[in-house]
Design a protein around this ligand. Structure first.
Ligand SMILES: NC(=O)C1=CN([C@@H]2O[C@H](COP(=O)(O)OP(=O)(O)OC[C@H]3O[C@@H](n4cnc5c(N)ncnc54)[C@H](OP(=O)(O)O)[C@@H]3O)[C@@H](O)[C@H]2O)C=CC1
Ligand SMILES: O=CC(=O)O
Length: 326
């Protein structure tokens, strides 16, 4: 494979962890964007020209225009993520460009983070901790920092995919929660294992004490959790989103948190990313926001590097990708 691809040129849009880039350098010419901040659109357009392969991130918009700028020789785009809403897959299909992602290896890490956010939001973990850091911890207060508990309550999983299932497994098994979920596809195995019930979104929102969002971002799921949807939630409920910011209407969420229409929210994803420090959600005492760190463990990120590089090498050689989204 090395001989066939040796004169191929690949752009990697950020440094990635692990040793896998070394493998890539053995089979083709590699340029890695050296900075932590992603290349601008103009920079990306300049950098993709003449490349055979791209190893991209969520913040890189890979559309038909960019593929055309790259040129006809482009044969593979390998996304360093399981989500691939930043890539125009139809445009890639039309141009015969293979598209890969990194599923499974980040499922546990992301489900762990969803559970962490659920607890952080339910128990004011961030805000209470900040009180200590700011020297404002005066005394033990019988009525201070009162939160809500998941044990024995109802969990609503929006999108019973890999991460949705892993999150449900943790919370049903560990905290004895009752499970409701939405899914387009039949999930008989989940119901057998976890005893859940598949329901319409409206029912899930109305009956759940904790709602965790795990659908992929598509045209159908953009703003799925809008003002109307949030309006159906219980005033004591907690919303967690580790999927994509665009799935939740943030203005509606701000209103709901400010008016105490829901109890709290925990977000690993926002629109835009990064969210400015003066955004109402960041300021809200009822919201915990993390900087999109769902898959950020050594194990997951190293494994994602391996898959992303395997995808790229296979695509350059015209072979089926290890994990293809097309
Ligand atoms: N915060 C982070 O760092 C991370 C975030 N993510 C996000 O989590 C998402 C889920 O990942 P993963 O569980 O591995 O993916 P899966 O593909 O296993 O699950 C995606 C789910 O989305 C549902 N879905 C897809 N399209 C639609 C639609 N149009 N309408 C309704 N439901 C839809 C699928 O439903 P069905 O089964 O019916 O097709 C499925 O349940 C990723 O797409 C990504 O955005 C992932 C990893 C890390
Ligand atoms: O958001 C991360 C991903 O892998 O998708």
């Amino acid at each position: 494979m090395g001989i066939e691809t040796m004169n191929h040129s690949v752009l990697v849009t950020r440094q990635i962890p692990g040793e896998s880039l070394q493998r890539l350098r053995e089979v083709c010419e590699v340029e890695v964007w050296p900075e932590a901040i992603p290349p601008s659109r103009d920079e990306l357009c300049r950098l993709v020209k003449g490349r055979h392969g791209l190893l991209t991130m969520l913040s890189d918009r890979i559309d038909g225009e960019l593929m055309d700028v790259a040129g006809d020789q482009l044969c593979v785009v390998s996304n360093y993520a399981v989500g691939f809403n930043n890539i125009d897959v139809d445009a890639a299909k039309t141009r015969g460009v293979a598209v890969g992602n990194t599923p499974d290896v980040l499922t546990d890490a992301t489900a762990d983070l969803a559970v962490s956010l659920l607890f952080a939001a339910s128990r004011h973990v961030l805000q209470a901790g900040n009180q200590v850091c700011e020297g404002e911890w005066k005394t033990w207060e019988p009525t201070g920092w009162l939160g809500v508990e998941p044990s024995g309550k109802t969990l609503g999983i929006v999108g019973m995919g890999r991460i949705g299932k892993a999150t449900a497994k943790r919370l049903v098994g560990g905290w004895d929660m009752n499970l409701l979920y939405t899914s387009r596809s039949d999930q008989g195995d989940v119901e057998k294992e976890l005893g859940g019930r598949r329901v319409e979104l409206d029912t899930l929102l109305a009956e759940s004490d904790f709602v965790s969002v795990h659908v992929a971002l598509t045209d159908e799921t953009r703003n799925l959790i809008d003002a109307d949807a949030i309006g159906k939630m219980k005033s004591t409920s907690v919303l967690v989103n580790t999927a994509r910011g665009e799935i939740v209407d943030q203005d509606a969420l701000v209103d709901a948190l400010n008016s105490r229409a829901i109890f709290a929210a925990g977000l690993d994803v926002t629109t835009p990313e990064p969210l400015s420090a003066d955004h109402a959600l960041v300021k809200s005492p009822h919201c915990v926001i993390l900087p999109h760190i769902g898959s950020a463990t050594h194990t997951s990120r190293n494994a994602m590097s391996e898959i992303a590089v395997d995808n790229l090498i296979a695509g350059l050689a015209g072979k089926p990708l290890r994990c293809s989204v097309i």
